[in-house]
Ligand binder design. Structure first.
Ligand code: PLP
Length: 467
């Protein structure tokens, strides 16, 4: 398997980046029923190559420029292999002490690497903060919203003991920008709380005055603000909400401020890229995904809280069979999230940080930023195209000057060719194409190749439209 993996990654560019199949392609290729007797591993692997691989979208392919990167590296793969072999379920300290302790230590390392205030770290022991690995940024957002909801209701019950929890819940209101990830809307829906989606400024950044004005209006209407979700590196165009302005508004109204930096947060390991973190001292919680932009395989989404008791108070259920004699002196991560069972995910992160070092990881981030700028310069040289938003990190949003439908045609024909893979986004009323630098070892040649494919398709499309 190790040889197969190495061969796969070494020769990935011999494959099409996206599969050329239709939905339902696999069913006729596999038996209707499972085998009664075990089969040889060679037979299974032969089917991987002939039946599974033709249906795989190759996220590690140098022509993959869609979404955000899916982190990958050999140290990370090996860390996950070892985690699978150990096969522990680290829901409490006692269930596997190293699994818990390494997670706490590595999260402190990473907190320092991205420049989080000390209050977010678990050490020294007097600290109320700490970090945890969750399965996804969506979970971080959901869990922080649940914690904020529980905290606000608990506070309100003190001042209004006669009020029913359900009645209080019906008055709670959360806020985010129109540019926030859809997981925020989903979290509010699942938590049964109202959500106000606010208009960002012309740079797609949520500003403090917009939030302050809306909160004041909502308070006047009898609603109770309890949670603000901000994004540092939005999905559409990698814009940054202005947490320096938003923070004091949250403080004034005693509202939980969460910062979702799923992709962008990785870049904060480079001190010169930390500008958007100004105001982070106001945040109650913060998350980013090394499984996007730090060479670490999915799943690995990191979340820090300033006050871990506020988080766990919303999530603690403590049956006898999960208790142990060291609960007072240790962290039980089952109280920090939704699932009970947890893999030993800190291992891969520890392997990655040790193998690359902080400097190696910084070099990787800076290289992707440089390559995005290179792509931007190629777009700007061709007056048929425009760059649609300021270029941040490894993402460029661009489009052909023309209608949305022309851009839709351009993107769908490029994607159908299997020569390149990108996805669209909407910015205001504009359909834009997102070009993200994704491959771990992307080069100038890869960027130039991608641009040549795009320019060639644009020429063909213009000729077709002229006919
Ligand atoms: N938040 C942002 C800013 C994102 O860009 C994404 C996904 O790209 C998410 C949240 C959702 O991430 P996850 O798949 O880890 O839930």
């Amino acid at each position: 398997m190790v040889d197969y993996i190495a061969g796969y990654l070494d020769n990935i560019s011999d494959r099409r980046v996206t599969p050329n199949i239709e939905p339902g392609y696999l069913r006729p290729l596999l038996p209707e029923d499972p085998p009664l007797e075990g089969e040889s591993f060679n037979d299974i692997m032969a089917d991987v190559e002939s039946k599974i691989m033709p249906g795989v979208t190759h996220w590690q392919h140098p022509r993959f420029h869609a979404y955000f990167p899916s982190g990958n590296s050999y140290p990370s793969i090996l860390g996950d292999m070892l985690s699978d072999a150990i096969g522990c379920i680290g829901f409490s300290w006692a269930a596997s002490p190293a699994c818990t302790e390494l997670e706490t230590i590595v999260l402190d390392w990473l907190g320092k690497m991205v420049g989080l205030p000390e209050a977010f770290l678990a050490f020294p022991e007097t600290s109320k903060g700490g970090g945890v690995i969750q399965g996804s940024a969506s979970e971080c957002v959901f869990v922080s919203l649940l914690a904020a909801r529980a905290h606000k209701i608990r506070e309100l019950k003190i001042s209004h003991p006669e009020e029913d929890e359900g009645a209080l819940l019906s008055k709670l209101i959360a806020y985010c920008s129109k540019e926030a990830h859809s997981c925020v809307e989903k979290a509010a829906m699942m938590a049964f709380t109202k959500l106000r989606i606010l208009e960002p400024d012309e740079n797609h950044s949520l500003r403090g005055d917009v939030l302050a004005e809306q909160m004041a209006q909502d308070k006047e209407m009898g609603l109770i603000p309890f949670y603000v979700e901000t994004t540092l590196g939005t999905t559409s165009c990698c814009s940054f909400d202005n947490i320096k302005e938003i923070g004091p508004v949250c403080e004034k109204y005693d509202v939980w401020l969460h910062c979702d930096a799923a992709y962008g947060g990785n870049s904060f390991i480079c001190p010169e890229l930390r500008g958007p973190m100004a105001g982070i001292e106001y945040a109650s919680s913060f998350n980013f995904n090394p499984n996007k932009f730090m060479l670490t395989n999915f799943d690995c989404s990191l979340m820090w809280v300033r006050d871990r008791f506020r988080l766990t108070q919303a999530l603690v259920v403590d049956p006898l069979y999960l208790q142990h004699s060291y609960s007072e002196q240790s962290i039980d991560y089952r109280h920090w999230g939704i699932p009970l069972s947890r893999r030993f995910r800190a291992l891969k992160l520890w392997f990655v940080i040790r193998c690359y070092g902080v400097q190696g990881l910084q070099k990787y981030v800076r290289e992707h930023c440089r390559l995005a700028k290179l792509f931007e310069s190629l777009v700007l040289k061709d007056d048929r195209f425009e760059v649609c938003s300021p270029v941040h990190l490894g993402l460029v949003c661009f489009r052909l000057n023309g209608s949305n439908s022309v851009n839709q045609k351009l993107l769908s024909s490029i994607n159908a060719s299997g020569r390149l893979h990108m996805v669209p986004a909407s910015l205001g009323d504009k359909y834009v194409i997102r070009f993200c630098v994704c491959a771990q070892n992307a080069t100038d040649d890869d960027i130039e190749y991608a641009w040549n494919v795009i320019a060639e398709f644009a020429t063909d499309l213009k000729e077709l439209m002229a006919e």
